[in-house]
Design a protein around this ligand. Structure first.
Ligand code: ZN
Length: 199
């Protein structure tokens, strides 16, 4: 097997991380790291604060969850189609799946809070963190698109306005799914506009 080596190289003004023969933009790696860090940090902070009534039983339907992941990834890719860049589509798909990191404990067999990060609080903190670290709007828009792509699949039953309204909110379906998808796609277009004309 070819040796995997990480090496930062300069190409024009863009720094890239070379892993084997695939070049991954450095900002893309950072977006992924920041997304996971904000998600898990907020989840751990909210664990003791989350209302009892919103605890999830240990998740046992692992096959259903795997199917869910594939669907989430596909919607994430779809909403980033306007960028016409496979790397951004893949990033969108991956981030859409990763919103569900706030299911991790119930997936591991514990009774734990469900979906505290399916909230505008998470989205706001994520935007701030990305603006402070990656500092490129196309990545911020991609992350926003992924967040709303995740809501498209969940449709309803998440605490969107936590902590203002700690309860899970019920939205009319499928109207709301269409609304989330439209918002996600709008962010996909914004990402495309932002990177237009760049190599
Ligand atoms: Zn979800």
């Amino acid at each position: 097997m070819k040796l995997v080596r990480g090496m930062a190289v300069r190409r024009g003004r863009e720094r890239e991380l070379r892993v084997m023969s695939i070049s991954i933009p450095r900002d893309m790696v950072w977006t992924l790291i920041v997304f996971i860090a904000v998600n898990l940090t907020l989840y751990l902070i909210l664990l003791p604060l989350f209302p009892e009534g919103l605890l999830d039983q240990p998740y046992t339907f692992k096959v259903a969850f795997a199917v869910d992941m594939v669907l989430n990834f596909s919607v994430g890719v779809c909403v980033l189609l306007p960028t016409r860049r496979p790397a951004f589509m893949a990033l969108g798909g991956l981030l859409t799946v990763l919103v569900d990191l706030d299911h991790s404990l119930s997936l591991l067999g514990f009774t734990a809070p469900s979906r505290p990060n399916h909230s505008l609080l998470f989205l706001t903190l994520l935007i701030i963190a990305l603006l402070l670290t990656v500092r490129k709007l196309e990545y911020v828009f991609t992350a926003c698109a992924a967040f709303f792509a995740q809501l498209t699949m969940d449709i309803t039953n998440f605490p969107l306005l936590y902590p203002l309204i700690p309860a899970r909110m019920e939205f009319p379906n499928p109207t709301m799914s269409l609304v989330w998808f439209t918002i996600a796609l709008t962010f996909g277009f914004l990402a495309a506009i932002k990177m237009k004309g760049r190599p």
